[in-house]
Every structure is written in structure tokens, then in C-alpha cells.
Design a protein around this ligand. Structure first.
Ligand code: PMV
Length: 332
């Protein structure tokens, strides 16, 4: 009997960012990173290994995939097959509860859900650490969507050493991420391509060598629930990431004019006592990290900024998990 396994995973927002790899194939990052999972956003993926299939199949949000999206998933399923040695090809059905057009990176939740469902459907009884290492092979940040709550991913130089773990559970600190979705005028360079450019910036060595200091400060701000310290740190880290992006060759400019408007507004709100701070990934959307007490006012105020199309608000989420298992007959 084969199994059909469905897993759920949340995307995460990095508070201390990863950018650049020591090893692109294994996705071993140039530096460690810290993130929090986003409970309101989720990917659900079902994996079935079926004996009659001649290749892996992927249905994403109801549409059969081909081209780059399918071949990235095929490469990932090959990693699972090589580890188990017994599985054939897989039929994968995946669904995100957030719109693809929102420009939110879905690769973290996608590969975390696929790692959990794929490993289980293949009969691999993996620990959280093994699942995190596996998810990392699909997308670096997916390693951080395996454990729950506030998560650190080790920037170790080996496959065995580079995994993520919880530094505090989801209910440790009631933070929210209010994501200001900003209208985009240009197609962005994806992060897989972007990581390849990191070392062309003369600022990358400085960003990487200072990372252990920022990781220590971030871990401590989270453990002590020190919002002022966290706010200063995550904005600095985001600026260091974008300084590297801007100075790489070719230069990557992810911000739109309204991204800058949001960043400026947040600085003034903080002076008025609102606990909010920004961080931006490889795109123009602004993730506004705030305390639960200020999440509503932050959401309202963001909606009033010209160029902000929508705001998605989320508290901190749990780790990736199996939500359904069923036996399927081999004759399907
Ligand atoms: O995991 P990837 O390859 O999608 O890269 C993520 C890169 C950033 O979002 C910019 C930073 C991070 O640590 O999540």
C-alpha cells in the first residue's frame, strides 16, 4: 500500500536575512539567519507516489505546472528518492491560501510542506532537523519553515550542520507581520538568481562577517521581548541586505517608490510610540513587524499610504506538520 500524505507549512519572514550561498547546489548559506513563521499564510501539499507515473507531476493552485517550476520540484523529489531508494514518481497537489500575484515568496512554505509530505509518503521517518536539512535543498529559507515560532538557521559549512531550530515557540511573544503589498511595475530577479550575485558586491563580506553579532542581538531581543532593540536591528539588517543587492553587478533594486513611503512612515510612527519596524526581502513589499497591541492601527495606517494595494496581517505561526495521511491502493 502506498500512502497519500498532506502537510501544511507557513512561510516565514527573516528578521536577520540570508543572502548568498557557500554552496549553491546544497544551498548552504553564507550566513546564519533568524525568522518567524507567519500563521495566517499557508501552503498545503499532498504527495502520492504512484507506480504508473513516468515522471513527477505538480498541480499548483489547480493548474498543472511545467517548465522551471516543475523542474525545480523534480530536482527536489530526486533528493527524496535518493535518500529513500525505493520511491517512484510522485503526483503532487499544492495550494497556497495567498494570491500568487501578491509577490510574497511562497518557496519557503512550498518546499517545507513538500519535504514533510514527500518524506512521509516515501516512508522516511525524519526528525525535525533532517526535515529542515531536506527542505533547505528546495529553497534555503524553507529550512526555517520546518520548526515552529521564532527560528534560527545555522550558517554552518556542511550539509549536516546547516539546519534550523526553534529559539522560541510561537506563543512566546505576540508579534505580528503586517505585510504592505506594494504594486509592482517590473519583474523582480528571483532569489535563486539573486544569491548568485551576492559575492559581486564589495559589501557582502562586511555583511557576512558582522552576521554573528546581529544574530546574537536578535536572539537576545526575541528572548527578552525587547521591541526597541529588535526594531533597530531588523531595519539595519534589511538595509545591509539591500545595500548588497544595490551594489552587486548587475545591481538589484527591489524597492518601489511606495516601499520607501512606507519605510519613512514607520520611522515617524515609531517616534509617536507605535511599536512597528520594517524589513524587506527580494521584492518591494514591506513587512511591518509590530506588537499585537499595535497590529490593528498599523494595518489601518498602512492602507492609507498611496501605492499600498493591500495589507496581509499575520501572527507568529507553528512549524510544518502532517495534517492527513491515507492509504492508496497500488492499482490506482
Ligand atoms: O530561500 P530563498 O532562496 O528564497 O532566499 C530568501 C532570501 C531572502 O528572503 C531575501 C532573505 C531570507 O533570509 O529569507
Amino acid at each position: 500500500m502506498n500512502q497519500s500524505v498532506t502537510a501544511l507549512a507557513h512561510p516565514n519572514i527573516a528578521l536577520i536575512k540570508y543572502w548568498g550561498n557557500r554552496d549553491h547546489k546544497l544551498r548552504l548559506p553564507s550566513n546564519g539567519s533568524i525568522s518567524m513563521n507567519l500563521a495566517a499564510l499557508e501552503t498545503r501539499s499532498t504527495v502520492m507516489f504512484l507506480p504508473d507515473l513516468r515522471a513527477d507531476e505538480l498541480i499548483l493552485n489547480g493548474k498543472p505546472q511545467k517548465g522551471a517550476a516543475l523542474s525545480r520540484v523534480k530536482d527536489f523529489m530526486e533528493v527524496i528518492r535518493n535518500s529513500s531508494g525505493i520511491c517512484g514518481y510522485a503526483h503532487i497537489v499544492s495550494h497556497n491560501n495567498f494570491p500568487a500575484s501578491a509577490g510574497l515568496a511562497s518557496s519557503a512554505s512550498a518546499f517545507a510542506a513538500l519535504a514533510v509530505a514527500g518524506a512521509a509518503a516515501c516512508g522516511l521517518d525524519y526528525s525535525e532537523k533532517q526535515l529542515s536539512r531536506l527542505a533547505r535543498r528546495g529553497s534555503g529559507s524553507a529550512a526555517r519553515s520546518i520548526p515552529g515560532g521564532f527560528v534560527e538557521w545555522l550558517g554552518a559549512p556542511t550539509d549536516e550542520g546547516s539546519y534550523a531550530f526553534s529559539i522560541a515557540l510561537a506563543d512566546h511573544w505576540e508579534l505580528w507581520d503586517c505585510v504592505a503589498l506594494v504594486s509592482q511595475t517590473t519583474k523582480q530577479t528571483g532569489s535563486t538568481e539573486g544569491h548568485l550575485l551576492a559575492n559581486t558586491s564589495m559589501l557582502q563580506p562586511a555583511r557576512v562577517s558582522d552576521a554573528p553579532r546581529r544574530l546574537d542581538l536578535c536572539r537576545s531581543a526575541i528572548l527578552h521581548q525587547d521591541f526597541a532593540a529588535l526594531a533597530e536591528l531588523i531595519e539595519l539588517d534589511s538595509h545591509m541586505l539591500h545595500a548588497v543587492m544595490l551594489t552587486s553587478r548587475p545591481s538589484l533594486l527591489y524597492w518601489e517608490p511606495s516601499s520607501v513611503s512606507v519605510m519613512k512612515a514607520i520611522a515617524s510612527w515609531r517616534r509617536q510610540g507605535i511599536e512597528a519596524a520594517f524589513t524587506l526581502d527580494a521584492g518591494p513589499n514591506v513587512h511591518v513587524i509590530c506588537t499585537a497591541a499595535h497590529a490593528q492601527i498599523v494595518t489601518q495606517k498602512l492602507k492609507d499610504i498611496p501605492g499600498v494595494a493591500e495589507v496581509l496581517a499575520s501572527p507568529v505561526g507553528e512549524g510544518a506538520r502532517i495534517i492527513r495521511r491515507s492509504e492508496i491502493s497500488n492499482t490506482i
